[in-house]
Structure formats: C-alpha cells, structure tokens
Write a protein that binds this ligand. Structure first.
Ligand code: NAD
Length: 344
C-alpha cells in the first residue's frame, strides 16, 4: 500500500493499494468519535462493493445506514442532494459521525457536498471506484452538484478525512470508462511529468495501476497544496478541459468527458504548434482516445465560450510548450475561434 499525505486546510492521507475496502471499518475507527456511518453510493457500484464496506464498518462497531441513488450524471442534482440530506437527518447522524462516498466522481461530488453542508459540515471518507475518481475527483476537496443551468454550479471546497483507493475495484469498470480516466492520467504526464508520460507511452492502458495512480495523486496533491481554492496554479489542471467541455456540451454529453478532454488536449497542442504534438497524438491513439471531431467550428466555439471558466473578454487556455511544461494563456475571445480552427 502507498500513502500520500495532503497538507491542505486539513491534513489527510490517501491510501492506494489492493484489498483496502475491507479495512474501511478499522480505518474509520482510527478517525475517532464517530458512532454512525452513512454509506453513499449508486445503483451500479453498491451491489458490487456495498456489502464489503458495510460488513467492515459493522465489524468495527459502527451503526451503518446506506443511501443508494441511480448511477449516472443525471442523478447529481438538487433532488438527490435533498433526499440525501433528509436521509442523514432521519438516520440521526450527528456532527461527529461520518459519510462514506463509495463510487465514482458522481458519488464523490454528491456525498462530499452533503458532507460539506449537513449540520454545517461533517467528516467524510472517499472510496473512489473509477480511475477518474482515483486520480482526480477524490483528491483536493472540490464537491458539487449540477443545476439545470449547468454542471457543478452549486458546491463547496471540503477536504475528506481519508481517501481509500482500492485498486481492485477498478477490475469491474467497463473498458471505455477506464479509458476515460486514462485521458486524465495522460494529462498529468503532459502537465508535469515527462517520466510518467514516457512510461505510459511504453505501456499503453496496461500500466501498473498502483504506481501510476500514486504518481497522479502526488502530482494533484502538490497543486492542491499550492492552490487549494483554485485561484492560480490549480487552473492548469484544466488542460484540454475548456475546449473539451465545449465539445462535450456540443455532443449533448453523448461524447464522454475523457474523450472530450482528449480532443481538447489534441486541439490545443496542434493549434499552439507544441513541438511534442506528435507524441501527444500518438499516445492518445495508443489509449484508444480520439484526437479530433467533426463538428462545425462555430458550434465548438459557441459552446466553449459558454464554459464557466471564461472571465470577461478572455478565456484561460492551458497550452503545452513541451511534455512536462504547460502555461496558462489568457486568450481573447476574438482569437479563440481561429485558434480552435487551427487545432481541429
Ligand atoms: N470534484 C472534482 O474535483 C472533480 C474532478 C473531475 C470530475 N468530477 C466529477 O466526476 C464525475 C465523473 O466521474 P466518473 O467518471 O467517475 O463518473 P461516474 O461516477 O458516473 O462513474 C462512471 C460510470 O462507472 C460506473 N462505475 C463506477 N465505479 C464502478 C466500478 N468499480 N465497477 C463498475 N462500474 C463502476 C458508474 O456507475 C458509472 O456508470 C462528474 O460528475 C464530474 O463533474 C469532479
């Protein structure tokens, strides 16, 4: 097992390894004070792993309740959130009790936002079960739900008390969802780590999961510690995301997030004439990820402009200068269209 410690506004450990789910009870007990635990999960994940989590918690003496909602992004809304808060209140969870988020990014965001707001904040444990959640959403304390006007529009910064990343849970992930997470893994290589990038070039998707997840978590931890509240360095994590979000929204969310980010990374690499563009396109191909899309430029431009990261007349794009070296470049909206066109 590897441990990465995050020293943000709260200090906590992220454990990465095999068979960690069955240690949940003893790990939760080490956090102290809690008597009740609510497992928050969803309809695809709970049948696979709910029992192990529940038995481990009961074995450690906790009273356990669970809240399971239908899997998928469409559940990450205000209705599910209020149902969850009501469940916590009816189950009489107190301020010293615990929430466990068992699932991918949707569960982590929902459970985390409930933990941030129920009784003005209670502690929670993240158990990420997708690659994306393991390397990204479970690290750093961003929590949110979607509103009808857009994704992640209501949320809070709230660090977990512990993250248990049991890599065995990734074995049941459908391949396409695993590959979506790989887009984020490749992103860390382009942003910060030429060695990680070279390693991934040799392995493709068959990489050593413990080693690569640990490295990605360390890299994200470093950024979160430097810029917990996302006002500077953390923006770099948006590599491929600004234009990727435009593509994802244009597809009416039929194109997955990971594939959209892959296309976004390829577009900014080509448009900025990054000397490593060839390597970036090749690695995307090796991981079965797309590097372009056949949508009209006007559409991609319009959807990219509606991204919430726009500030006034500029959009901050993350531009690769080389593998391991990227810059935040405020781009005037007037030049954005020709920039995207150059990268398609
Ligand atoms: N908070 C953050 O910092 C942050 C960062 C990135 C993304 N996000 C959010 O994360 C969400 C996307 O996360 P995701 O890609 O994990 O999506 P997800 O949670 O919807 O999981 C993807 C799919 O995999 C299934 N699944 C999950 N774990 C499984 C397992 N072990 N075995 C079999 N099936 C499994 C789910 O049921 C779902 O169908 C989005 O809502 C996004 O906004 C948050």
């Amino acid at each position: 097992m590897n441990t990465v410690t995050v020293n943000a506004s709260k200090t906590y450990d992220i454990r990465i390894g095999s068979s960690l789910l069955s240690t949940l009870g003893q790990e939760a007990a080490k956090l102290g004070k809690a008597q009740k635990v609510c497992i928050v999960s969803e309809s695809n994940v709970f049948p696979l792993y709910g029992n192990i989590a529940e038995n481990s918690l009961k074995g450690a003496g906790f009273q356990v309740t669970s809240f399971v909602f239908p899997g998928g992004e469409q559940s990450k809304n205000g209705g599910t959130y209020l149902e969850l808060l009501n469940h916590l209140a009816e189950s009489k969870l107190g301020r010293s009790d615990l929430i466990v988020a068992l699932g991918g990014g949707v569960v982590g965001d929902m459970a985390g936002f409930a933990a941030a707001t129920y009784l003005r904040g209670i502690r929670f444990i993240q158990i990420p079960t997708t690659l994306l959640a393991a390397v990204d959403s479970s690290v750093g304390g961003k929590t949110a739900i979607d509103l009808p006007a857009g994704k992640n529009l209501a949320g809070a910064f709230c660090q977990p008390s512990l993250v248990l990343c049991d890599i065995d849970t990734l074995n049941t992930l459908p391949e396409s969802i695993f590959l979506d997470g790989c887009a984020e893994v490749i992103k860390y290589g382009i942003l910060y780590d030429p060695e990680l990038f070279s390693y991934l070039e040799t392995t493709g998707p068959d990489f050593d999961r413990k080693k690569v997840i640990t490295r990605c978590v360390e890299l994200k931890r470093n950024v979160v510690v430097e810029d917990e509240f996302d006002t500077g360095a953390r923006m770099k994590l948006n590599l491929g995301h600004t234009i990727g979000h435009g593509v994802e929204a244009r597809s009416n969310f039929e194109l997955s997030h990971g594939k959209s980010v892959a296309i976004g990374m390829a577009i900014v690499s080509r448009a900025s004439n990054c000397p490593d563009t060839g390597r970036i396109l090749l690695i995307l191909q090796k991981f079965g990820l797309p590097d372009t899309i056949d949508y009209p430029i006007e559409d991609i431009y319009a959807y990219t402009l509606s991204d919430k990261k726009r500030s006034g007349s500029t959009v901050s794009l993350i531009i690769p200068r080389a593998i391991g070296d990227c810059a935040i470049v405020p781009t005037p909206v007037e030049t954005l269209k020709s920039f995207i066109q150059a990268g398609l």
